[in-house]
Design a protein around this ligand. Structure first.
Ligand code: RNT
Ligand code: ZN
Length: 418
């Protein structure tokens, strides 16, 4: 009965969309091809497996202490697999260096090797997931306020070595999976109070990056992520937006746009078209800033919708890689994965269902009223019927049914963790 209802609703939606020149079957096929890169760090509040017992540093914070955090690799993998089973489509997994399989070995950041990720490579293959990667400069005794831009040569070399090794790990991942692993470099480097050395730290960061990227690889791609400020580093960020755009454009590197890393009224969606003219591809960290870079769970909101619409309007689905980046420790963590991933897909489906050809025809003819009217009408076209069909086709719970699944996993698994 339920299935029949979904099919009936889809048939009506299909006709309704056809009337505005949109092919819903084609949209379903396109959405099927869009892989989100799921961030591994939502399952354990960005803790990782180094067993240092240290706090999360580097200007980021996971607030809340909802019970059930993944405490080890097996739990993290089980949680990700569970979340994945409730998200339609095939997706990637984004690992941070601190999630390596170190066992009882004490492996410092400048000692990491591809072998520490062999287990992940194997697991990901079994799961049908491809891996992306991140160097980790936070939560370490040598993190301080400055890493790759540190004037202390020894500390700077330590982090250069770390990042160089991380690229070698990403290369191995890419080779094994027959598809480039995308490696993100985000460093928190900055200053709490005013600095009189803005240029000096940026010169050092530029030099470190040049050294890090000196090795050319064929199976990994680099991306670089800016931000406005970190907690405790409010006055100056070495890797600002301007810094990385200049660096990326001059070196042909991908820019990572984290939706929480800009001034609150700045449109991240508007950046896609400009970046794609000067940099080869774009990486996204889809998040939800609340008053600041708070990393709340992504939801369907105007910002995420506009972002997805821009990707489609720029015809850039193959050039924009969509990763998630949030960490809410105050609610069920598996549920947080599912809500954020599905919200991103709901925005994508609305973007794909936009009656773009007609809208562009209106615009070309200077018909501003008609363009505005259709944009408004498009908001209430039955996209949810197409979304339900997508879930049904993918064998995942339709609509709010996934809530019970998350609750069941909580009862059976995560609530038993101390
Ligand atoms: C921090 C950046 C960065 C991190 C992850 C854990 O502000 O957004 O991407 O969230 O690397
Ligand atoms: Zn980010």
């Amino acid at each position: 009965m339920k299935e029949q209802l979904i099919e009936q609703a889809y048939a009506i939606a299909k006709e309704r969309y056809a009337a505005v020149g949109v092919d819903t079957d084609a949209v379903l096929k396109t959405l099927q091809r869009i892989a989100l890169s799921l961030h591994c760090w939502q399952a354990d509040d960005v803790t990782g497996f180094e067993n240092r017992g240290g706090a999360l540093t580097g200007g980021i914070q996971a607030t809340g202490n909802y019970p059930g955090r993944a405490r080890n690799i097996d739990e993290l993998r089980a949680d990700i697999a569970r979340a994945k089973s409730l998200i339609p489509g095939s997706h990637r997994l984004n690992l941070h260096e601190i999630y390596g399989e170190f066992g009882s070995e004490r492996v410092d950041r400048n000692q990491v090797e591809p072998r520490h990720f062999a287990g992940w490579i194997q697991w990901a293959e079994e799961q049908g997931m491809k891996l992306d990667f991140n160097s980790t400069s936070f939560s370490h005794p040598k993190s301080g306020d400055l890493t790759l831009s540190n004037p202390d040569r020894e500390i700077r070399e330590f982090w250069i070595e770390h990042t160089v090794r991380c690229r070698a790990v990403a290369e191995e991942m890419g080779k094994a999976q027959g598809d480039p692993s995308i490696m993100n470099v985000w460093v928190h480097d900055g200053s709490k109070d005013m600095t009189v050395n803005r240029m000096k730290y940026r010169e050092l960061l530029k030099d470190s990056l040049d050294r890090i990227f000196a090795t050319k690889y064929d199976h990994m791609k680099d991306c670089i992520e800016s931000k406005v400020f970190g907690i405790g580093l409010e006055s100056y960020t070495v890797g600002s937006n301007d810094f990385y755009i200049g660096y990326g454009a001059s070196r042909g590197k991908m820019i990572t746009l984290d939706t929480g890393h800009f001034h609150p009224t700045e449109s991240v969606a508007d950046k896609i078209s400009s970046l794609l003219l000067y940099t080869p591809e774009v990486m996204l960290h889809v998040s939800r800033p609340v008053r600041w870079d708070s990393d709340h769970v992504t939801i369907v909101n105007d910002e995420t919708l506009e972002l997805c619409k821009e990707i489609v309007r720029c015809d850039a689905l193959d050039k924009v890689h969509i990763g998630l980046d949030y960490f809410d420790a105050s609610i069920n963590r598996i549920g947080a994965y599912v809500v954020g991933a599905r919200a991103t897909q709901k925005c994508l489906i609305q973007a794909l269902l936009e009656p773009l050809a007609t809208l562009r025809r209106y615009e070309a003819a200077g018909q501003g009223f008609e363009r505005l009217a259709l944009l408004e009408e498009a908001k209430s076209l039955p996209w949810n019927a197409v979304w339900d069909m997508f879930c049904l086709k993918n064998g995942v719970p339709v609509g709010e049914e996934f809530i019970a699944e998350v609750q069941r996993y909580e009862k059976e698994v995560t609530s038993k963790r101390q």
